[in-house]
Design a protein around this ligand. Structure first.
Ligand SMILES: [Cu+2]
Length: 476
């Protein structure tokens, strides 16, 4: 069972001063869950992202809004596993005003209108949502779906996986126009203690490594810094200091299943993200010529070979590099009805590829070629790709340097495998982000953990100890 505590303050008062008393409580919190997702406590078998979402206990409910009115939605992703990637709304408009219970600064409020955003398991967002005018001409056209992708990693949804379907989270039914309402012209007042953490504020750094260790499904382990949770302290910080932590994800497909962006969650104080490196980011995903079938065969020794066979129009030697992904919209012959991903292991000829998946696609299917943004192969850098040092990978682009959003849950990009043609070798490169936090207000113990429940319960958690500057014991 899940729910939400709402702690009100100046932020709510500013909203209610503008929109009228009770505005922030008019729409109940939108608590999203996945009913019936399997916790998977005893085995680590790949469960997929799990079923689609419920909203306050109902599947795809309809909420009503008067035409041209503005409402506030507080959305809580309390699902035990999957994240939601919100597609831009059609006809509805929204502006995000808070993330993970912390309000947006004016600049960030102004900079976003009807943008996509992702709520991983544990994330929350506040939106101001504006309804379009009631459609008098065609009264049947007053229902607007809120569409999401069910996701645990960017590699499982567009643009990396172009054929992935959307899910309807809920519907908005627009009723007769009320009085026209506008988005608040300015964000609620921003308290000084939420100012950016400067370089000069940082008094310490740490590296925290999340990992899914490969093995048979029941032998897979979810660890932080190589350990399953045993109650010991994993990180010590002094009270009232600011630190910068590099949060690393050493989870590599396909030995642990597909990519997983473990949602890093820390209690007590939020953080700002100063660097984000996702080794699974794609540069482009063009359509390939012709169609493919995929045939997966496991021999008596248990070795699986998966062959992609192209139609007469395909030209794999021209279109693919080893390490690219191939996606189809065909149905898997076994397993869940999803298009299997494949990382190209070998380009045999114009009409034959070997890929790393273990699923078949029997019907001739269109396909797309996902070209990774990053490469470690200095001799084969394609236009637009970024060359990285696998031992010290750096992102192509930096987040903005100022007005950073505050989070308490953030998906650590999954690791990936990179091919170097010169040495004919594969290298694992982990994903990471860097975050800064003020360890204030509270001395004592609390936890960091993966917000995927089955990972947290199976050991992906550790203790942060915030020690007061002076010993809590005094002697006379
Ligand atoms: Cu996890």
């Amino acid at each position: 069972m899940t729910g939400a505590f709402i702690i009100e303050g100046q932020y709510d008062k500013d909203l209610n001063d503008f929109y009228g008393d009770g505005f922030t409580r008019r729409v109940p919190p939108i608590v999203v869950n996945q009913l019936g997702s399997v916790p998977g406590l005893s085995v680590g078998a790949f469960l997929g992202p799990g079923p689609n979402f419920s909203v306050n206990g109902r599947i795809q409910p309809t909420i009503k809004m008067a035409g041209k009115s503005v409402a506030m939605w507080r959305i809580v992703n309390s699902a035990s596993r999957a994240g939601m990637y919100f597609l831009p709304p059609t006809s509805l408009q929204w502006k995000q005003i808070a993330q993970d219970g912390v309000q947006f600064k004016e600049e960030n409020y102004q900079a976003n209108t009807s943008q996509t955003f992702t709520l991983m398991s544990g994330n929350r967002a506040d939106l101001l949502v504006k309804a379009p005018a009631y459609n008098e001409k065609d009264k049947s056209k007053n229902v607007y779906p809120v569409l999401v992708y069910n996701t645990v990693d960017p590699s499982d949804r567009p643009p990396a996986r172009p054929f992935f379907p959307t899910a309807t989270l809920m519907n908005v039914e627009v009723t007769k126009d009320g009085q026209e309402m506008q988005f608040m012209p300015q964000a609620p007042a921003f308290p000084p203690f939420l100012k950016d953490i400067k370089d000069s504020d940082i008094t310490g750094t740490k590296i925290i490594k999340f990992a899914t260790k490969p093995g048979t499904p029941s032998a897979q382990q979810q660890t932080i810094d190589g350990k399953q949770f045993d109650g010991e302290v994993g990180a010590v910080v002094l009270l009232n200091r600011s630190e910068e932590w590099k949060i690393v994800n050493e989870t590599y497909p396909p030995s642990t299943g597909p990519q997983i962006s473990h949602p890093f969650h820390i209690h007590i104080n939020p953080f700002q993200v100063t660097e984000l490196f996702d080794p699974n980011e794609v540069l482009s995903s063009p359509n390939g010529a012709g169609t493919v079938t995929i045939n997966s065969v496991t021999d008596a020794q248990g070795v699986t070979t998966t062959t992609v066979t192209g139609s007469a129009e395909t030209n794999f030697t021209r279109d693919f590099h080893i390490g690219d992904w191939i996606w189809t919209n065909g149905q898997a012959a076994t397993g869940p009805p999803a298009a299997p991903p494949g990382i190209v292991q070998k380009i045999v000829d114009e009409h034959t590829l070997l890929i790393d998946t273990n699923k078949s696609v029997n019907a001739a299917s269109p396909y797309q070629i996902a070209v990774p943004l990053y490469t470690i192969d200095a001799n084969n850098v394609r236009a637009g790709q970024c060359l990285i040092d696998p031992n010290n990978p750096k992102p192509c682009t930096k987040p903005p340097a100022t007005n950073l959003i505050w989070w308490d849950t953030f998906a650590i990009p999954s690791g990936n495998n990179f091919y170097n043609a010169a040495t004919n070798t594969w290298t694992q490169v982990p994903g990471h982000f860097r975050m800064r936090s003020n360890f204030v207000d509270y001395a004592g113990y609390y936890v960091i953990h993966c917000h995927i429940l089955a990972h947290e319960d199976r050991g992906m958690m550790t203790v942060v100890e915030v020690a007061p500057l002076q010993s809590p014991y005094s002697h006379h």
